[in-house]
Design a binder for this molecule. Sequence first.
Ligand code: PMP
Length: 387
Amino acid sequence: MIETSRYISNTVQELQPSGIRRFFDLAANMEGVISLGVGEPDFVTSWNVREASILSLEQGFTSYTANAGLIELREEIGSYLSSRFSINYHPKHELFVTVGASQALDLALRAIINPGEEVIVPEPCFVAYGPLVTLSGGKPVPLATNVKSDFKLTVEQLEKSITPQTKALLLCSPSNPTGSVYSKEELQEIAAIVDKNDLLVISDEIYAELTYDDTFTSFASLEGMKDRTILISGFSKGFAMTGWRLGFVAAESKLLASMLKIHQYSMMCAPTMAQYAALEALRNGLEDVEAMKKSYRRRRNLFVESLNEMGLTCHHPGGAFYAFPSISATGMTSEQFAEQLLLQEKVAVVPGHVFGPSGEGFIRCSYASSLEHLQEALNRIQRFLKK
Ligand code: PMP
């Protein structure tokens, strides 16, 4: 037997496994658990979308597509971005299809980062951001936000964290894990700083379709920002297509070409049958997206109101499908709270600290679960708090 761990790169050895994993493993070995832990829709992908994919297989479309994806799909994505978010991207030169928003994020970072360059990452945030920056050779610069600013970065904070090494800001709106949504005015203020300091913005808009109160503003649609923005999005959340692994990236043509260079060597193209599904989702699926959004909004209203009533103060999440209530009044750490809630009442939530130290004192609950499950989870949480 040889000791294989010595072959593993220093960067990967130093990478910490995601803190969410431990809870999944714990919950997986228990029966009767209600999970508010996973970050994915509880809807099955619409039938017409699944059928379009099946049809593509029946027709024998099982080869690679162009590296950038089916041209019909790129054209549909271009029209979708234009009609939905008022941004125009050329389907041949300014966008391409990826394996989920995850790959798009990875490509964006690898295409722009030189060793040691910094990427500002407002926290609490999606667990992959920091590790992806590190793997691209960059340095993540966490920026702690708090509930007073609705977990959004302030321009003062942003200005303070910029150094000569700063290359980009990684922005997520609506946010995982907080559900916060930046208003157009807030984004404009950020855009002014970005412009003044000659930065790029990687704008993760994977939850754009799930914005409940105000209209969603895409960062690239702000004046002067299209060339400074790498727009990341996809089908996983709004279209309930997590398992299809389909996303896209849109950016100025030279930036886009640099990402496509990596994509063509590392991935070739996104799965063909999933691309046919996405084509149908864009052509005939937007009504279903609207219906799912309505359902999430109802559940958000019920869930967040109930949490507040039982003393778990929760700021108002304007988008995504997460509530991020404070558990600090219980005197427990978020890890203790999540662990005890799971062991005693069999409700799985995610402790806030896994999304960055500023998430400590909070838990993330996904309300993408049936109303009955949510009500039962709320009953159990209430009972847990009484104990
Ligand atoms: N960005 C954020 C903020 C997310 O929450 C997720 C999924 N949890 C992703 C990106 C990745 O999405 P995809 O399934 O498209 O890779």
